[in-house]
Ligand binder design. Sequence first.
Ligand code: PGA
Length: 240
Amino acid sequence: MIRRTLIAGNWKMNGLSASAVEVNAIADGAPNGVDLLICPPATLIASLANRGVPIGGQNCHSEVKGAYTGDVSADQLADVGAVAVIVGHSERRQEYEVTDAIVCSKVPAAWGAGLTAIICVGETKEQRDHGAALDVVGAQLAGSIPDGATAANSVIAYEPVWAIGTGLVPSINDITEMHAHIRAQLAGRFAEAKGMRILYGGSLKPDNAAEILAIENVDGGLIGGASLKAEDFLAIARAA
Ligand code: PGA
């Protein structure tokens, strides 16, 4: 089954109205044969949608609406033009105590709104040092992905916590092993496992992108820091 490469940018809490120039430049320079996605802060989704680059959210609530001050629902993201949403990013798992069960409850909300859920998993440095990385990620997958995941409605992002924003990346062997492990676990549950994309994230940059994106079962990247400048983001997309 063919899996189209997906290069997704996660702007985190960066970007103002003026950042539209970056999205315009990405639209102008988008290489053929690669799917692109930019996930800006929720405040920018409406103004960045319909510029030629698909736009996604960075988080959503599990409910469609209600008394949840400060939260955003998947329906609201879709309403202003988002086509995808990141759920369970490690920064939210760590800083807001978002558990696997909470991640799992957000995914059907994303699907219900017609959004592709980008479900993030990844071990800490301590867990890797203890030889627990495969087990930790396996448990996160089991707990965070609800039944009903398909190649169209779900993308998995493997992001080792210790590689995010640090300039550190796992070895090629470790990424290969983890992505094969994730593929095998998906195959145990989902009929469309072979078509589901598994992204790598964590200090993915123009200078390491070609090597990492060539690894078997690495179907694209989730990029933080290097997604903020169109030039860097496009260099990664071209390397894919
Ligand atoms: P980074 O972030 O590319 O800056 O390491 C990746 C992420 O958090 O998605």
